[in-house]
Design a protein around this ligand. Structure first.
Ligand code: FBP
Length: 552
């Protein structure tokens, strides 16, 4: 593989490990833990792995030599910057235990375990990928590991390769599945430990004990760079309103972090829209009011950030989508037999409740139609295919025409649209993510050496320099509650949505009126890998506002 100049220089970067992990460690047990909710139900489902203590690593003054161990690793779900460093940290960690330890990567996600597709990761391969973005070292996939058949099939290859521990690098669902797998293997005495690592650019795998998921820092820095560039263009030409949709399937953490970094005129937070029970039209009216207010000052330009998941958080649209899912699942043939889009539209409107029919009719026809097409394998609407940024600007244009008639608007409105998602998921990890990921992987090796299963690799104190981070393990069951999934109650890791009483949102809310009217853009520029710490090593603003003080 031909390397760019930056790649060559960056390959030499040595991630800074927490001091405690630089020598032999011993695991110190805390108090037994409980799940965040539904304790009895979770306890019953995880009789072997519920209630385990939190672990914290301390220096071990009298270590005994470790035996060689074979370990498997899986990358699961969407790419996030730093995955390669988790793997290189894990590799170095198990080699530190014993130089004859071996690491196997299962290919293209959890499916690789079930289908027995794997490769051994040698020092030469690992060195090719240190500090690089992407998941291409072994690939990733979204196969869900959830059935006994899959677990048993996986165990066959684990036994064949004499693998004693499996590290699953994934988001909330993948780590939930890792916990189920850990419980199953423990229950049948399989002799395979399962350890999770918190990954997702969405930033929604975090809680009291996991401060952030990896990848969020780098991805939001990449998006903020380009948002800043657009803002500067916007402020130079002063003729466009830019509607920028930002990835994040559900929670609005990415949009909020980018807003804190770039100070746009508007940033919509889905969780607030839901809490205020807003209609789509109300969201549109709020944007149009800002456009009109700026126009009154002679400023016919601006920037609006839109979270990818918005549409599902609008209560009326959520209710409409839920009824459409059931309606179309139950009457798929009848619907498919309708000859024209107009007949389909009339059929849908006639079948919906009056409230849902009104919401359906209020949407631009193209979007309403989209809600009846492109369903995923579970029969759900693929909301990410809805071009929310275009939907909003189209509706804002209509609203402005009304305001003009009422004599309340006398400006020009010309919109540009953008969607940033894939652009940031495979960027070379920032120093924060490079260090965090390497340490997560190295720490996972320490958890393996400690002989535990059903734990997530954990580093805390993340707003301090990486050498001061606190390393340990958190039982995954501790993060779980029961939720309805596909009609059944299931144990799952609680997803972290934006908290409206949390410090990042409150900071944003205290500034947004000023940012809306005035032009207060900031231009973060590209991620810097070399240079002074204040330029290169700053973690995300979300992390800094959430963890302003040293806790340990
Ligand atoms: P994970 O939760 O698996 O980390 O994926 C996050 C994400 O990047 C979302 O932000 C986005 O909605 C989704 O993946 C896109 O999925 P795909 O890569 O399958 O297009």
């Amino acid at each position: 593989m031909k390397k760019s100049a930056l790649q060559t220089a960056r390959a030499a970067y040595r991630p800074k490990l927490p001091v405690v992990l630089t020598g032999a460690v011993k695991a110190v047990e805390g108090e037994p833990t409980q799940s965040v909710a539904d304790q009895e139900a979770i306890r019953q489902l995880f009789p072997n792995t519920y209630g385990l203590p939190e672990l914290r690593f301390e220096k071990n003054p009298s270590p005994t030599p470790g035996k060689p161990i074979n370990v498997g690793v899986i990358l699961s779900g969407g790419q996030a910057p730093g995955g390669h460093n988790v793997i290189s940290g894990l590799f170095d960690g198990i080699k530190k235990i014993n130089k004859n330890s071996r690491l196997y990567g299962f290919l293209m996600g959890p499916g690789g375990l079930v289908d027995h597709n794997y490769m051994e990761l040698t020092p030469e391969i690992i060195d090719e990928y240190r500090n690089t973005g992407g998941f291409d070292i072994i690939g990733s996939g979204r196969t869900k590991l959830e059935t006994k058949e899959q677990f048993d099939k996986g165990l066959e290859i684990l036994k064949e390769l004499d693998i004693k521990a499996l590290v699953i690098i994934g988001g909330d669902d993948s780590n939930t599945n890792a916990a189920v797998l850990a419980e199953y293997y423990k229950n049948i005495g399989a002799g395979v430990q399962v350890i999770g690592c918190p990954k997702t650019i969405d930033g929604d795998l975090k809680n009291e004990v996991i401060e952030t998921s990896f990848g969020f820092d780098t991805a939001t820095k990449v998006y903020s760079e380009v948002i800043g560039n657009i803002q500067r263009d916007c402020n130079s030409a002063k003729k466009y309103w830019h509607f920028i949709k930002l990835m994040g399937r559900s929670a609005s953490h990415i949009a909020l972090e980018c807003a804190l970094q770039t100070q746009p005129n508007i940033c919509i937070i889905s969780e607030e829209v839901e809490a205020k029970n807003m209609t789509l039209q109300e969201v549109v009216n709020d944007i149009a009011d800002v456009v009109a207010a700026r126009a009154a000052r002679g400023d016919n330009y601006g920037v609006v950030l839109v979270p990818e998941g918005l549409i599902e958080f609008i209560p009326a649209v959520k209710s409409l989508i839920a009824q459409l899912n059931d309606l179309l699942a139950a009457n798929a043939d009848e619907f498919a037999a309708l000859a024209t889009p107009a007949e389909q539209r009339a059929w849908v409107i006639a079948k919906l409740t009056p409230e849902n029919a009104a919401t359906y009719e209020s949407l631009p026809e193209g979007v309403a139609r989209q809600l009846t097409l492109d369903r995923d394998p579970h029969g759900n609407v693929q909301v990410s295919l809805i071009e929310t940024e275009k939907l909003l600007s189209e509706m804002v244009g209509k609203r402005l025409a009304e305001l003009r008639k009422e004599g309340k608007y006398n400006g020009k409105f010309s919109a540009q649209h953008h969607f940033f998602g894939y652009e940031g998921r495979c960027a070379d990890p920032s120093n924060f993510d490079a260090d965090y990921c390497y340490a997560l992987g190295y720490n996972a090796a320490c958890l393996i050496e400690a002989g535990v299963t059903g734990y997530m690799s954990s580093l805390r104190n993340l707003t301090k320099p990486s050498v001061q981070w606190v390393a340990g393990g958190i039982p995954v069951t501790m993060m779980m509650n029961m939720e309805r999934r596909h009609g059944e109650m299931k144990p799952v890791i609680q997803k972290a949505l934006v908290k409206l009483d949390g410090a990042p949102f409150l900071k944003f809310a205290s500034k947004r009126d000023k940012w809306a009217l005035e032009t207060c853009y900031t231009y973060p520029g590209p991620i810097q890998y070399f240079g002074p710490a204040e330029v290169c090593d700053q973690p995300s603003k979300t992390l800094m506002y959430e963890h302003p003080e040293k806790k340990f």
